[in-house]
Design a protein around this ligand. Structure first.
Ligand code: DOR
Length: 438
């Protein structure tokens, strides 16, 4: 089977390519990227133009699919459907499931669950058994079985000594420990960012220092051990400053932030709507501006969603009782294009680097993040001009808890190919239909 994507703007940060080209997919591989591939060579043709971007499938290294344990919130199948609808063909799932992903059978379970989805799903396994912080998981064995990183995400590794050991051990395999940066003693019973709005709303706050104190600790542990730390969902300006300085010193660290921290602030909590509640919390406008600057100067390497589904019942509780987390796979690209491409802050190559090639590089996902001849055909076609209103009722995810509901975004994935198969086609893209020549 040969599919020709004709005349789109091919954007591949891994090879610094940004040019109008044709892409030929043959079975599950990219067979050719050239300026003029005759339509006669293909079984089906998608006629594009320079206004459409053809990019490596997007990569999200931080999602929660709740499998096993909470199929009411999400399953591997519904999570994967949300992923392809958002343009993603590779995701890394976090281990805070029930049971926790902390053993070889659990890692194997996830690979089996991923098989029918058609996309690439990699486990980030737990650093400690049961996320309890007491006993380190068998990192080497879990790695051999396909884990691509380690984290107690959802919880911090509270013991500096445990983090030290995990970094020393993981260093042998050059694999990142993903730091959920939070000092729980400083968070107390906080439910939102500690600042003007928490005072106004009468809600207990989580100070920024609860995050940055942990970032500082793990930078020092990275320095001491030579291990690799990847900072998850960074939300505060203080953390940004620490990461920028540590990178300038040449330390082996990387960092991600999420679209919601880049687009929203704690002012959004004024309606007491739990769809604006997540951990770390939405912070102040000065934090948001610092994160934007960190994206622009490369301090932050990766956009990840922290896609954290919760049921409508859970999210209809009072703000202080509802669980933390928001879904993000179906809005991530739209938010990034609206706030960075259409705001003239980043070039398409930069956005695709943040959302595909760089995360694949950090987690050594060799079959992801590179649209090149001979590679697995994970390819996303984006219409950067498509305006659409976020309607949670139309989500492929099982959950609806998005802080972007009702917003109009500009830019969307319209076709997502994984391993050469078209797994998602946007309804509004009917004018750009895959024409079978048979
Ligand atoms: O808001 C969050 N929700 N932050 C996390 O770190 C975990 C996540 C979840 O699992 O719901």
């Amino acid at each position: 089977m040969k599919t020709l994507l004709k005349g789109g703007r091919v954007i591949n940060p891994a090879t610094n390519l940004d040019a109008v080209m044709d892409v030929l997919i043959e079975d599950n591989l990219v067979a050719a990227i050239e300026t003029n591939i005759p339509a006669a060579q293909a079984d089906e043709v998608l006629e594009l133009s320079a206004g459409y971007w053809v990019v490596p499938g997007l990569v999200d290294v931080h999602v929660h699919f709740r499998d096993p344990g909470n199929p009411d919130k999400e399953t591997t199948l519904t999570g994967a459907a949300a992923a392809v609808a958002g343009g993603f063909t590779t995701v890394c799932v976090m281990p805070n499931t029930s049971p926790v992903i902390d053993s070889t059978p659990m890692v194997q379970y996830l690979f089996n669950a991923a098989l029918p989805t058609g996309i690439q799903i990699f486990p980030i396994a737990a650093v400690t058994r049961g996320l309890e912080g007491e006993e380190m998981t068998p990192i080497g064995t879990l790695l051999q079985n396909g884990a691509v990183g380690f984290s107690d995400d959802g919880r911090p590794v509270a013991s500096a000594n445990m983090m030290r050991k995990a970094l020393e051990y993981s260093k042998m395999f050059d694999v990142p420990i993903v730091c959920h940066a939070e000092d729980c003693t400083l968070c107390g019973n906080g439910v939102m960012h500690e600042g003007y709005y928490s005072t106004l709303l009468g809600l207990p706050g989580i100070p920024s220092v609860a995050e940055s104190v942990m970032v500082a600790r793990d930078i020092e542990l990275a320095r001491f051990t030579g291990g690799r730390v990847h900072f998850a969902h960074i939300s505060s300006k203080e953390s940004v400053a620490l990461i920028r300085k540590a990178k300038a010193e040449g330390l082996n660290i990387t960092a991600e932030t999420t679209p919601h921290y880049l687009a929203l602030t704690d002012a959004c909590c004024q309606g007491y709507d739990p769809d604006f509640k997540m951990n770390g919390p939405l912070r102040a406008e000065t934090d948001r501006q610092a994160l934007i600057a960190a994206i622009e100067d490369g301090t932050i390497d990766v956009i990840a969603t922290d896609h954290a589904p919760h049921t409508p019942d859970e999210k209809s509780m009072a703000f202080d009782c509802a669980p933390n987390g928001v879904v993000g796979l179906e809005t991530s690209l739209g938010v990034m294009l609206t706030h960075f491409y259409h705001a003239n802050r980043l070039q398409p190559l930069d956005i695709i680097r943040l959302m595909s090639s760089r995360p694949a590089e950090i987690f050594k996902l060799k079959a992801s993040g590179n649209l090149a001849v001979g590679q697995r055909a994970d390819v996303t076609v984006i219409d950067p001009e498509l305006e659409w209103k976020v309607n949670p009722a139309q989500f492929k995810s099982k959950s609806r808890n998005t802080p972007f509901k009702g917003q109009t975004l500009k830019g969307k994935a319209i076709y997502t190919f994984a391993n050469g198969r078209c797994l998602f086609q946007q309804a509004e893209a009917a004018g750009k239909a895959l024409a079978s020549k048979a």
